[in-house]
Design a protein around this ligand. Structure first.
Ligand code: C5P
Length: 193
């Protein structure tokens, strides 16, 4: 049986950094599931059709990291048929040996509720806005407004809203260095392996 680590949380909480570090440490595969929604939004046209026909080239576009791509992603991510079109790919990815780390919004709740380890990574709105602004070279105030709008949409949608799985371990990275957050996550996996 393969080992699955499900990591969820709001934008810029540190979940992607933790996911990559865990995958490196344990030799697991890693999927940033936000990319699937970003690529779907970036294709334009009918989002359901886009989600059903995503290719590796769509996922490799270098404009997917922008704040605009994030906003477009969260709009198409509220459409149930878009989410449904992406389920099988994520579950097949998760089943790879020796293990996989998937990060997103609904991994522990919908995609892989059977994951051996579930983490829910959070940080204060201000810390998250400052981090994302530094990454993108943007204004922290404007970033705060955008993040709150996107988190609101992700949390309030009917289809697979952002929320912690009942059995998720919460890691608040507001006052943690990257190494400290990663060490907590590694310890959580080590306890269950
Ligand atoms: O994680 P990232 O910021 O790249 O995600 C972009 C958007 O994709 C999120 O705001 C959310 O609306 C959507 N998403 C989702 N479910 C996931 C991953 C991302 O709805 N598992």
């Amino acid at each position: 049986m393969s080992f699955i680590v499900a990591i969820d949380g709001p934008a810029a909480s540190g979940k992607g950094t933790i996911a990559r570090a865990l995958a490196d440490h344990f030799g697991f595969h890693h999927l940033d599931t936000g990319l699937l929604y970003r690529a779907t939004g970036a294709r334009g046209g009918d989002p359901v059709e886009a989600a059903r026909s995503l290719t590796a080239a769509d996922l490799a576009r270098d404009d997917l990291r922008s704040a605009e791509a994030g906003q477009a992603a969260s709009r198409v991510a509220a459409i149930p048929e878009v989410r449904a079109a992406l389920v099988d790919f994520q579950r097949r990815f998760a089943a790879q040996k020796p293990g996989a780390v998937l990060d997103g919004r609904d991994i522990g709740t919908v995609i892989c509720p059977e994951a051996q380890v579930k983490l829910y990574v959070v940080a204060s709105d201000e810390v998250r806005a400052a981090r994302r602004a530094a990454e993108l070279g943007a204004d922290p105030g404007a970033m705060l407004v955008q993040l709150q709008e996107r988190d609101g949409r992700d949390s309030e949608r009917a289809a697979a809203p952002l929320r912690p799985a009942q059995d998720a371990m919460v890691i608040d990275t507001s006052d943690l260095a990257i190494d400290e957050a990663v060490a907590l996550a590694i310890a959580a996996v080590d306890r269950l392996r």
